[in-house]
Design a protein around this ligand. Structure first.
Ligand SMILES: [Zn+2]
Length: 327
C-alpha cells in the first residue's frame, strides 16, 4: 500500500503502536447481531438493575435506527433505559446528525430524512426520492447555488435544535453498548454521566470528537463500528475510543474512563484522527477532510447552518413551482 498519503501511514502507525483494536463490526442489511448473552436474569449495564426489577421486552438498538441500523441489538439495556435514551440524548444525536444523514442518503425508520425550510410557509426543500435528490426552491427565493462547470450545487442546510453535550452523550452511549462486560467497571462514572438528565454537569476537561468526511459516492447501507483500547504500558493517550462509520462520515469518539485516564489528566492531547480508507476516486472527489468537533456545549443550539456541496452527473431542471431534480 505504497500509494497511501504519508499522513495516513503515520496515523495508522500511531494507532498500531498505542492501541489494540477489537474485531470491527461490519453491519449490512439482512444481518442480525445481538450484543451480550441472553442469559437470565438479565442485567442492565446502564442503570445497574437486574430482572425482575426492570424488564427487557423491547429490542434495544445498539445504535439508533436513524443511522440505518436494522440488525444490531443489545441485551445490555432494559426497557426503561431504552425509553429514557430514546426520548432524550438519542434525539439530540439525531438532530445533530440529520443533515449528514440526509446528504449520505441514510434510511431511518421512515426513509431518508427530508430537510426543509424551518418555517410554516412553503420554502426550500431537500428530499431523496430513491433515484436521486430533489432540490426545491421558489422563485424570488433562491436557495441552491448551481455551478454547471464544476457540476456542483452548494447550499446550507439548517440543523434542528440540539444540545451539543446531549448529542455527545448519545454517541458515547453507543460505545458503552459495544464494550465487553469485563470493561464496564472502568466506565462506572461514564454510565452515570450519560444517564444524568442534567446536561450542565461538568464531566471531563477534554472531549474531542474527530469527524472525517469522505467525499464522493459512498455506500448508504454499510455501518462499520470498531472499539480500540490503549495497549498495556502506554500512558500518554486516552484509554478507549470507538469509530463509527456510516455514509460519508466517520466519527471517532473517546470513551472517557475516570480511573484509566488519570495518567493523561491535565496533559494536552495531541492525536491524529484514526485513518480512514478514503474515497473510491480521490482524483475526482478529493481527500477525506478531518475536523475536530467540540460537542461540550450545554445550551440548546438553534438554527445552526451546515454547508453542503453536491456533485452531480446530470440535473433535470423543472419549471418554477416544480422540483429541481438531480440524478
Ligand atoms: Zn436500565
Amino acid at each position: 500500500m505504497t500509494d497511501l498519503p504519508a499522513a495516513t501511514i503515520a496515523a495508522a502507525d500511531f494507532y498500531d503502536r498505542h492501541y489494540a483494536g477489537a474485531e470491527p463490526i461490519f453491519l449490512e442489511p439482512g444481518m442480525k447481531l445481538m450484543l451480550g448473552s441472553g442469559e437470565r436474569p438479565r442485567h442492565c449495564r446502564f442503570c445497574g438493575k437486574d430482572e425482575p426489577a426492570v424488564t427487557f421486552k423491547d429490542e434495544a438498538h445498539a445504535l439508533p435506527a436513524a443511522f440505518g441500523n436494522t440488525g444490531l441489538f443489545s441485551n445490555h439495556e432494559c426497557d426503561s433505559c431504552n425509553h429514557f435514551f430514546g426520548e432524550g440524548i438519542e434525539n439530540h444525536l439525531g438532530n445533530w446528525t440529520k443533515p449528514m444523514r440526509t446528504l449520505s442518503r441514510i434510511r431511518g425508520r421512515s426513509g431518508v430524512p427530508t430537510i426543509k425550510k424551518p418555517v410554516p410557509e412553503k420554502g426550500w426543500r431537500v428530499e431523496y426520492s430513491g433515484t436521486g435528490f430533489q432540490l426545491k426552491e421558489y422563485e424570488g427565493e433562491p436557495f441552491f447555488e448551481v455551478d454547471e462547470e464544476a457540476k456542483q450545487v452548494r447550499f446550507e442546510l439548517h440543523r434542528d435544535t440540539y444540545i451539543p453535550v446531549a448529542a455527545l452523550k448519545g454517541l458515547v452511549k453507543i460505545g458503552l453498548t459495544l464494550i465487553p462486560d469485563v470493561e464496564t467497571p472502568h466506565f462506572r462514572e461514564t454510565y452515570e454521566w450519560i444517564r444524568d438528565p442534567d446536561h450542565a454537569r461538568n464531566f471531563v476537561a477534554q472531549f474531542p470528537v474527530f469527524r472525517t468526511f469522505i467525499p464522493g459516492p459512498m455506500r448508504n447501507d454499510l455501518i462499520v463500528l470498531m472499539l480500540m483500547r490503549r495497549r498495556a504500558g502506554i500512558d500518554t493517550v486516552p484509554y478507549a475510543f470507538f469509530t463509527f462509520a456510516y455514509g460519508n462520515e466517520v466519527l471517532q469518539v473517546f470513551l472517557p474512563s475516570i480511573s484509566q485516564d488519570k495518567c493523561i489528566d491535565g496533559k494536552a492531547l495531541s492525536l491524529p484522527a484514526f485513518p480512514t480508507p478514503g474515497t473510491p476516486d480521490p482524483a475526482r472527489h478529493g481527500p477525506p477532510r478531518v475536523t475536530v468537533e467540540n460537542l461540550t456545549g450545554r445550551g440548546a443550539v438553534k438554527g445552526e447552518k451546515v454547508p453542503a456541496v453536491f456533485g452531480f452527473d446530470s440535473m433535470i431542471e423543472a419549471k418554477p413551482e416544480d422540483a429541481k431534480g438531480e440524478a
